[in-house]
Design a protein around this ligand. Structure first.
Ligand code: XIL
Length: 383
C-alpha cells in the first residue's frame, strides 16, 4: 500500500486494519522504566503511533527544559503516558537550544536534554534534534559577548561537535539551521549573530561539522511560513541547490507548520515539499499546530474545531503524499502546554487534545477513523 493510502484506509477502517496491515512494531512502545506498562494489547491500536505504523514518524514536541519540577513528562501521569504512547518521535521543545544547554561559555548542561533522550529511549522513540544555529534563544553571554570572528567560529564548532556527538546514533534528524531567512527571502543578516559576524559560509560549515559528529543523522534546514511556495521557501530552494553543488551535506528541508485558521490552508504544501524532494532531499513537517481566535478567553466553537481538524487533516495528507517526508511532528499535543497563548495573545486551542487531554476532532483527523459516538440505545434500555 502506498503511503498516501494509509490514512485513507485508516479513515475507512477506524485505523485497525490499516494498522494491522502496515504496523511493523514501531508503535509498540516499551514502558518507561519504573512504572507499570500501559494498557496492553489491543488498546495500543487506538493511537496515532499505531495508525502511522512504520511509514512515517509521528512526533511531538516535549514540553519542559527549564527544571524537572516544571516538566510535565516527569510530573504528570497522563502527559507522560500520551507522550510515550501516542508518538514515535520526540523533539525537545526547548531542551536542546543554546539557552538551556549553555549557561556559560565553558559549560554544557545536559541534564534536561539527557532526561528527554532517556524518556525517548524508554519508549522506543527516535528524537529530532532542535537546533544548532539560530538567531533566537541564545544565552546573553553569547549574544552580548565581544568575541572575534575566529572565537565565534570556534564556539559554534565546539558546540556542534559536543552536542551532536553526544547523541550520535540516537537522533533521527537535526535542525542544523533554523529560520535563517526573512519572509521576503533576504537572509537574517542582522538578527542572526552567526551570519552577521561570519557570513553565510558559516551555515555550510555547520552542516559539515554536524555530519562529522553524527554521520547517521539527517541534517535539515527548518523554518516557518515556508509551507507553500513563496519568496522565503524559494530562497531555501536556491540556497540548498548551491550548497548541494558545493558538496555540503544537507539532507532535508522542513516546514514548521505553525498554522492559523485566520489564514487559508497552504494548499500548495505538498507541491512545495515535493520540489525539495525532487532535489533529492528528505522533507518533514516539524512543528504543526493550528491556532484559532479565542477573544477574551472564549472556548472554541464546534465550527472552529471542525475547521482546525480540516487543517490538520490536509497537513497529514500532504505529508503522506510526498515520498521522503518521513516525519510529521506536532508542536505539543495538549492545549494545557502549548506555546500559542503566550506568543499570540487572543489565540489558542492549537493542539490535538484539550487542556484535560480529551481528544479533539483534530486528533481524529490526523489519526484517521471516525470519532467514536455513543451508540444509540434501544428504548427498552433508556430507563
Ligand atoms: C518555542 C517554544 O515552543 C517556546 O516554549 C519557547 O518559549 C520559544 O520557542 N519556532 C521554533 C521553535 O523553531 O523552537 C519555537 O519554540 C517556536 C517557533
Amino acid at each position: 500500500m502506498k503511503r498516501r493510502e494509509i490514512l485513507t484506509a485508516a479513515m475507512t477502517t477506524g485505523g485497525a486494519i490499516a494498522g494491522l496491515t502496515l504496523g511493523t512494531g514501531t508503535a509498540t512502545a516499551a514502558p518507561a522504566a519504573g512504572r507499570p506498562p500501559a494498557a496492553p494489547g489491543l488498546a495500543k491500536k487506538d493511537t496515532l503511533a499505531f495508525a502511522a505504523g512504520s511509514e512515517i514518524r509521528i512526533g511531538t514536541a516535549l514540553s519542559g527544559a527549564w527544571a524537572p519540577e516544571t516538566s510535565p513528562y516527569l510530573q504528570e501521569g497522563p502527559y507522560r503516558d500520551i507522550a510515550g504512547g501516542e508518538f514515535t518521535s520526540l523533539t525537545a521543545e526547548n531542551h536542546m537550544k543554546w539557552q538551556p544547554l549553555r549557561p556559560d561559555r565553558d559549560t554544557f548542561d545536559f541534564t534536561e536534554a539527557d532526561s528527554m533522550m532517556d524518556f525517548a529511549a524508554a519508549n522506543g522513540q527516535v528524537a529530532r534534534g532542535h537546533t544548532l544555529l539560530w538567531h533566537s534563544q541564545n544565552p546573553d553571554w553569547l549574544e552580548e559577548g565581544s568575541f572575534s570572528a575566529e572565537e565565534l567560529r570556534a564556539i559554534l564548532r565546539e558546540h556542534i561537535e559536543t552536542v551532536v556527538g553526544r547523541y550520535a546514533g540516537r537522533i533521527h534528524q537535526w535542525d542544523v539551521a533554523n529560520e535563517i531567512f526573512h519572509e521576503d527571502g533576504a537572509l537574517r543578516a542582522q538578527e542572526n549573530l552567526w551570519i552577521r559576524e561570519l557570513g553565510i559560509g558559516i551555515v555550510a560549515e555547520a552542516f559539515h561539522w554536524a555530519r562529522a559528529a553524527d554521520p547517521q543523522a539527517q541534517l535539515f534546514f527548518n523554518d516557518y511560513n515556508v509551507d507553500g511556495i513563496n519568496p522565503k521557501s524559494d530562497a531555501y530552494h536556491a540556497l540548498i541547490q548551491d550548497l548541494l553543488a558545493d558538496g555540503v551535506p544537507v539532507d532535508g528541508f522542513s516546514t514548521q507548520g505553525h498554522l492559523s485558521t485566520r489564514y487559508g490552508f497552504p494548499g500548495d504544501l505538498a507541491e512545495n515539499l515535493q520540489r525539495f524532494a525532487d532535489l533529492g532531499l528528505r522533507t518533514a513537517i516539524t512543528e504543526l499546530d493550528v491556532r484559532m481566535d479565542l477573544p477574551d478567553g472564549a472556548a472554541p466553537t464546534e465550527e472552529q474545531l471542525a475547521q482546525q481538524a480540516e487543517y490538520y487533516r490536509r497537513a497529514t495528507e500532504a505529508a503522506l503524499a510526498v515520498e521522503g517526508c518521513e516525519s510529521l511532528t506536532v508542536w505539543g499535543f495538549t492545549d494545557a502546554y502549548s506555546w500559542v497563548p503566550d506568543t499570540f495573545p487572543g489565540e489558542g486551542a492549537a493542539t490535538l487534545l484539550d487542556e484535560e487531554y480529551r481528544r479533539k476532532p483534530a486528533y481524529y483527523a490526523v489519526r484517521g477513523g471516525e470519532r467514536p459516538r455513543r451508540p444509540s440505545r434501544p428504548d427498552a434500555l433508556t430507563h
